[in-house]
Ligand binder design. Structure first.
Ligand SMILES: [Zn+2]
Ligand SMILES: [Zn+2]
Length: 363
């Protein structure tokens, strides 16, 4: 069947919306009619060349939710019409990390390649192979069944799509990875969609102080809406000095949500001895970070964070429940809905610092 999809052919060029052909689902696969797809900074990192593991042409998008259209052989637990949120990572369910509660770092299915986990692709254009992981900037997507999280029928998929990347990465960094305890102080460097989710995670974890750091005042205002308690515009004042002042000696936790080694260093320097720095932002391919070894010796920790160390079939349902109870803000995270055809405009909104999150919809 045909599907409209946003395809990146060459880096540093606009994305084109093209008509592609998609194969029927193979064994263990699910064909999904997309309803909502969040526009995440890491999609743009393919466009701007930050991520060099790009092999074009490739369909973009990785954050999304939709309804089951068809299932391949052996998928006996999903039916057409079921609502699903797509998990970012494919979990085998058998490896050490999967069975130890860390399926986002599955040792069998993890791949940087722009293909299905088995190394093949399902999209093409008149015979030309089109690369993809589990793409969401497309009317129809294809996912291995282990990436599908069945959600309740009353779920608003246009907003819930954010859970699959932005929300789980941010909230999970706080709750699953750092395990921030009640009463801790924390600083959040970068208040885009993921950073705002870190702020929300801090609120869910009952952090005492949540210090939002950004260079765009609009994002700091959004951070306040999400529960941040203090605000630092890093274009106007030194965030490290200010965080030491606010917390009286440094934050217990500092989250880097920009994806730059220089900001990671600032985050590290804003923690107190025994404090923890959590790397959440996506670094450019091959980037390294340096910190003062003596300051590290003073009991500090640096943690990596991959997709919030999420357990999709537990955490996504928990997050939906938190939203129902008014404890997690989803609608408020979305600044604009745009049709798929306006993908380049959605990237422009993001780069102008305008959008906390844009969501693409499928007419
Ligand atoms: Zn993302
Ligand atoms: Zn696994």
């Amino acid at each position: 069947m045909d599907t409209q999809a946003a395809v990146l052919r060459v880096q540093n060029r606009p994305v084109s919306v093209e008509t592609l052909q998609i194969d029927p689902p193979k064994r263990g696969e699910v064909l999904i009619k997309m309803v909502g797809a969040g526009v995440c900074h890491s999609d743009y990192h393919y466009v701007d060349g930050h991520l060099t593991n790009f092999v074009g042409p490739m369909i973009l998008g990785h954050e999304g939710a939709g309804t089951v259209e068809d299932v391949g052989e052996g998928v006996d637990w999903l039916n057409p019409g079921d609502k699903v949120i797509l998990s970012l990572d494919s979990m085998c369910g058998r490896c050490r990390n999967c069975t130890d509660g860390h399926p986002s770092l599955c040792e069998v299915n993890f791949t940087y390649a722009s293909t299905m986990p088995d190394g093949t692709t399902r999209f093409h254009k008149n015979g030309e192979r089109i690369n993809h992981r589990t793409p969401t900037f497309t009317e129809y997507s294809m996912a291995p069944e282990n990436k599908c999280v069945l959600v309740p029928d009353d779920t608003n998929l246009e907003a819930a799509c954010l859970i699959s990347c932005g929300i789980i990465t941010g909230v999970g960094a706080v709750v699953n990875r750092a395990k921030v305890p009640t009463g801790a102080t924390m600083a959040v460097f970068g208040c885009g969609g993921v950073g705002l989710s870190v702020v929300q995670g801090g609120r869910l974890a009952n952090a005492a102080q949540i210090i939002a750091v950004d260079t765009v005042d609009f994002k700091l205002e959004k951070a306040e809406e999400m529960g941040a308690t203090h605000f630092v515009n890093a274009a106007k004042e030194d965030p490290v000095a200010r965080i030491h002042e606010i917390t009286g000696g440094g934050a217990d936790y500092a989250f880097e949500v920009v994806g730059l080694p220089s900001i990671a260093k600032q985050a590290f320097n804003s923690t107190r001895p025994l404090g923890t720095t959590v790397l959440v932002g996506v670094f450019p391919t091959g980037a390294e970070m340096a910190v003062d070894g003596w300051e590290l010796l003073r009991g500090r920790t640096i943690l990596g964070n991959w997709h919030g160390d999420g357990r999709p079939r537990v955490d996504f349902l928990w997050l939906l429940e938190m939203e129902k109870q008014g404890k997690l803000k989803l609608d408020e995270m979305i600044t604009r809905y745009r049709p798929l055809s306006e993908i380049n405009e959605a990237f422009a909104d993001m780069n102008a610092g305008e959008a906390a999150r844009s969501v693409l919809t499928f007419g």
